[in-house]
Design a protein. Structure first.
Length: 340
């Protein structure tokens, strides 16, 4: 029997860096990656094999299926929120059609090898859509099944992909007379804004927080595209990686749902600015709200209710707001630009 392996799509992105590093250190399974571009050599040496290609290319997926026995999939490949608004059809292709391809891939693995396939999917607070600021203020910490009316193409894609995951996990070909041999074990995290010290922000609408820190470390002025009072939840990237791995390892019987909120801290943009200035006193941070992007961020919750994750699989982020900055973000980003 071939040794089971883990597959990561979109592996060269912000979360892929941390996930590859952690999985390689654990050494439980060889790692395969699928991305449009090659990994950084420092990451490439940690994986068993890189496949260069798209989740829309079924021939690549069939090749992987024929050569490997995969029992865990981290489907990270996505077109992020800002780019998705400029190219909504492409976003739908990547984020929805790519998701269907990967779910079909997982189902084929399940049927051909007779082994459960755990499918981890990072969703987003973009799946929420609150109608106005008054509603946002009254809503407080939003639960998973509340205010699911996204206003962006990315949010629509993510919410629909969550439903596709539920379908493949519970109802796949439910009218078929043929035995399906089990279904995909779909598990999803609805992430807040993720802040990484290792990679540069790459097009998320919540990226004003990491952009502010990176600009300060580089000595560049930064004009924040949201108001000072703007508030959404955030999380340090290591806690996001930890959450994915912890959910992947959780016994299926302990899970009461398939989509879980996770959160950590929910500062205003002004609070982020103040922390940046505390570490970089000479930084130039101004606020020049972009009304369109501001409208999107205003439709997202000020915070999320993650009690289900804490109860079902002991989710507990390591970093709060102060410790995320003082122990992780500022030291790592400062060192990055010192070496540049």
């Amino acid at each position: 029997m071939r040794r089971p392996v883990v597959l990561i799509t979109g592996a060269s992105g912000e979360m892929g860096h941390g996930l590859i590093t952690r999985l390689a250190a654990e050494g439980a399974r060889p790692i395969l990656t699928l991305d449009l571009k090659a990994l950084d050599p420092s990451l490439g040496r940690l994986v068993a094999r890189e496949f260069t290609g798209s989740v829309l290319d079924r021939s690549v997926l069939e090749r992987i299926l024929s050569e490997y026995e995969i029992d865990v999939i981290f489907h990270l490949a996505a077109l992020l929120s800002t780019r998705a608004e400029f190219t909504p059809v492409t976003a739908h292709q990547v984020n929805v059609e790519g998701m269907i391809n990967m779910l079909e891939f997982a189902q084929s693995e399940r049927q051909s090898h007779g082994r459960p396939v755990t499918f981890l999917y990072p969703s987003s607070i973009a799946a929420y859509g609150l109608s106005d600021l008054a509603t946002k203020q009254m809503a407080g910490k939003v639960k998973e099944d509340e205010h699911n009316k996204p206003t962006t193409m990315y949010g629509c894609n993510k919410l629909y992909a969550e439903h596709l995951g539920r379908y493949y996990a519970k109802f796949y070909k439910q009218l078929s007379s043929e035995q399906q041999g089990g279904r995909v074990d779909f598990r999803c995290l609805r992430f807040p804004g993720l802040i990484s010290a290792v990679t540069v922000p790459s097009g998320g609408t919540s990226d004003y927080a990491p952009e502010m820190i990176h600009a300060a470390a580089e000595g560049k002025p930064y004009a924040c595209f949201v108001r000072e009072d703007t508030k959404i939840p955030f999380m340090a990237m290591p806690d996001g990686v930890d959450a994915l791995l912890k959910l992947a390892a959780a016994p299926s019987g302990a899970l009461t749902r398939q989509v879980y909120n996770v959160g950590s801290f929910a500062p205003s943009a002004a609070e982020i600015r103040d922390l940046v200035l505390k570490s970089f006193p000479d930084a130039e941070v101004t606020f020049q709200p972009d009304l369109k992007r501001q409208g999107i961020v205003d439709s997202w919750p000020a915070d999320v209710d993650d009690r289900a994750a804490r109860a079902d699989w002991d989710y507990a982020p390591k970093y709060g707001l102060e410790s995320a900055f003082s122990q992780y973000l500022i030291p790592t980003i400062r060192e990055r630009y010192r070496r540049a």
